[in-house]
Write a protein that binds this ligand. Structure first.
Ligand code: ADP
Ligand code: MG
Length: 717
């Protein structure tokens, strides 16, 4: 009999086991049985070809529409060309070798499973040299591997097609032993779950849809529970630490600041402000995520919170992802504070504090002074990059850390903050992100944070219209793009051109794919051709700081018409006169990044224009993502669409530690209820048994669902 912890080699043989390990990292029986089908094909139902990803290894159930055998042009031998279809779209396939035998197997009108790497050739989707399994009544071995009418389609890899995995799974399931269930009996009973043993059988070899649903429900719970247990443990250990309490001070800086504020706070800013003020007053650290699109007024909220902390006699630090942004933050904080931020200077208000910028590229003298300000407590607010926390900068009494742009600031960095307060306290933390996140994602990816959102913009922004420019199908549109840029410039406006790459890197030796377009190349081409005569500037992260500043200032002052840049302009840059943005190779950017980028235009009174130039082919998931960006400018709606289009597992992995994730069945979009419910149950379990010592099954579940490295890391905290 077999148990989940057994190795596969003795069961399946060395050759098969090695192939599974190498292609998919599957080593044990448990790994294999937790390698769930990606989807199920109903016998006789074809797979939707739209949404395939270029470069992915895909398995599709399709019908053979055309077969053609011909002699190869340059060498002896035959080539078999075939077109398969889902009834709407087509995939081109080509086989080299064995053409005669294949011709017998691959008959016109027949249906089968086809697996291979999706590529694009002459703007058509291709599956080159696919592996296949025809599904006809005569193919008995194929029929054996699939019980009923429901055929599992596994995430597969070249050399390990879906149907081979199905065969291995069958073999393992036949000898699987029923072990004690990791889920506590009371939970099994309360929710009426299938036992793990039965769920594993049903997910791989479903008799019918109902059995499949019950299995999925149970296995989703395993995933939700494992993740929420980890977060519950993290929250437990975070809030059990002492924090520097910072209750508001009547007649302090914050009150003075509020009196001078040239505008009314929005209701959202007031409400979030009150939550934060309450948290900061407490004896345990705040861990809060503040979401709000660019321009929604997060900085004001953060500044008000920092002032409460300064009023309590402590310091606040604000971290930005880059030095340019840190400098910008320091400038705008000083501006907003006016004389309230000029401590030590002439004309400062009586209770004024000092905003100190501390970055690596400052002169030794400036840096020394800044370090002194931080260590002596002279600086109430210290602004810098993340290095501020990782380095050995010392603070007199750090009470509060604001982190701008969450997506570059992971769990590990947050943990580095834990002991930075005076007397080994944990400072309060406010993480701000301009990328709205659906509730379930927040609960899952940022499950250790409380969340707040600013949903209403304080001041009316101009609309931005976005258009995808598909140069693969419509090459002539590119000329029109540059013409539009010229028109904007003629009207006295300015434009950004964004490229994925700088262009000063050594050429890579992998030459099968065109490298992404580069700032330096594109700028030179535009200058020599389509935008000749315009004043073009170049901005990227590897320019020296003073040059960067000079370019930004020139653009802000209207001395440049067009700025060709990398994503350094993504956050913080504010030039209301810039009305157009062209994003080259737009498919190389993520949805939220594109959304963030286009937020740079439409900041003035004139509507903004964003053109997404791409060579991606129609019908790919890449194009669907761009279409989503085109379809809405509502950040929350877009984040939902993005979630629908993404391989969900990637979200957790990327956001947390850059590792592949363990979410296989749980959908952050559709399983909100499960996630919320599991969060409560996990909270209860951890409150009573923080280390899970009394719940070995759950501890094991956490370990099996979460990859080793992360689990290890989480244990350390
Ligand atoms: P974010 O940090 O979310 O991108 P900011 O806090 O920088 O947004 O605010 C964007 C702009 O809106 C700033 O110029 C700010 O002064 C202004 N602003 C913020 N809150 C309000 C408000 N309640 N009413 C009017 N203007 C506001
Ligand atoms: Mg901001």
């Amino acid at each position: 009999m077999t148990v989940l912890g057994d190795k596969l080699t003795p069961l399946l043989g060395k050759k098969t086991a090695t192939a599974l390990d190498e292609a998919l990292g599957i080593v044990t029986v448990g790994d294999l049985l937790r390698h769930y089908p990606r989807r199920y094909a109903e016998r006789g139902e074809l797979t939707d070809i739209a949404g395939l990803e270029i470069g992915e290894h895909a398995t599709v159930m399709a019908r053979i529409e055309k077969v053609n055998k011909r002699r190869m042009r340059n060498k002896p031998g035959w080539i078999l060309e075939m077109t398969i279809t889902d009834g709407y779209r087509r995939l081109e396939c080509a086989f080299f070798g064995n053409a005669h035998q294949r011709e017998r197997e691959l008959q016109l009108g027949k249906t089968g499973l086809f697996a291979g790497k999706v590529t694009a050739f002459r703007n058509k989707l291709q599956l080159a040299n696919p592996e296949y399994q025809m599904l006809d009544e005569n193919n008995e071995s194929a029929m054996d591997d699939f019980v009923g009418a429901i055929i599992p389609v596994y995430p597969a890899a070249s050399g390990v097609p879906s149907w081979s995995i199905a065969r291995c799974v069958r073999q393992v399931l036949d000898t699987l032993e029923r072990e004690p269930d990791p889920m506590p009996a009371e939970l099994l009973k309360r929710y009426g779950f299938l036992e793990l043993f039965d769920a594993l059988h049903a997910i791989h070899r479903p008799q019918d849809q109902r059995a499949l649903e019950a299995a999925r429900e149970r296995l989703k719970w395993d995933e939700a529970m494992a993740i929420q247990l980890i977060f519950a443990q993290r929250r437990f250990s975070a809030v059990s630490r002492p924090a520097p309490a910072c209750p508001p001070k009547p007649g302090g800086l914050l009150e003075a600041f509020d009196q001078r504020l040239p505008f009314e706070l929005t209701s959202g800013q007031r409400e979030v402000g009150e939550h934060i003020a309450g948290d900061l007053s407490g004896e345990h650290p705040m861990n809060r995520l503040l979401q709000g699109e660019v321009g929604s007024g997060k900085t004001v909220v953060a500044l008000r919170a920092m002032l409460q902390v300064v009023d309590a006699g402590r310091q606040a630090a604000m971290l930005a992802p880059t030095e340019v942004l840190a400098a910008q933050h320091a400038r705008s904080l000083r501006e907003m504070l006016g004389e309230l931020g000029q401590a030590g200077e002439l004309g400062a208000a009586e209770q004024a504090t000092k905003v100190t910028l501390l970055t690596g590229s400052m002169s030794a003298k400036e840096r020394k002074q800044a370090l002194l300000d931080a260590a002596s407590g002279a600086a109430g607010i210290v602004v810098g990059t993340h290095a501020l926390i990782q380095d050995t900068v010392s603070f007199a009494d750090l009470g509060f850390v604001v982190v701008d742009e969450q997506h570059r600031f992971g769990v590990e960095q947050r943990d580095a903050l834990r002991t930075r307060g005076a007397n080994d306290t944990s400072p309060h933390v406010l993480v701000m992100t301009a990328t709205p996140i659906p509730r379930t994602v927040a609960m899952t990816v940022y499950g250790d944070l409380e969340t707040s959102a600013l949903r209403v913009m304080p001041v009316g922004r101009s609309p931005i219209s976005t258009t995808v420019v598909p140069v693969a199908e419509k090459p002539a549109w590119l000329d029109r793009v540059w013409q539009r840029v010229r028109e904007e410039v003629q009207k006295g406006h300015q434009a950004y051109v964004v490229c994925p790459r700088i262009g000063d890197e050594p050429p890579s030796d992998k030459s099968d794919k065109r490298p992404p377009l580069a700032v330096l190349d594109v700028a030179a081409e535009l200058e020599a051709g389509p935008l000749a005569g315009l004043r073009i500037g170049v901005l990227h992260g590897r320019l020296p700081t003073d040059e960067k500043d000079a370019v930004m200032r020139a653009f802000a002052a209207g001395k440049l018409d067009v700025l060709v840049a990398t994503t350094v302009i993504e956050v913080g840059v504010n030039v209301p006169n810039a009305t157009a943005m062209v994003i080259m190779d737009a498919d190389r950017f993520g949805v939220s990044q594109l959304h963030q980028l286009r937020g740079r235009v439409g900041r003035g009174s004139v509507p903004g224009l964003c053109l997404l130039v791409t060579e991606a082919i129609d019908g790919t998931s890449t194009r669907e993502r761009l279409a989503a960006v085109e379809s809405t400018t509502d950040g929350f709606e877009l984040s939902r669409l993005d979630l629908e289009l993404r391989r969900e597992g990637d979200i957790l992995g990327a956001a947390q530690s850059g590792k592949r994730s363990s979410l296989k069945l749980l959908s952050l979009l559709r399983d909100e209820e499960i996630i919320a419910e599991a969060r409560e149950r996990a909270q209860e379990v951890v409150a009573e048994d923080p280390s899970l010592a009394k719940h070995p099954g759950l501890a094991h579940l956490v370990a099996s669902v979460v990859d080793d490295e992360r689990a290890e890391y989480l244990e350390k905290t």
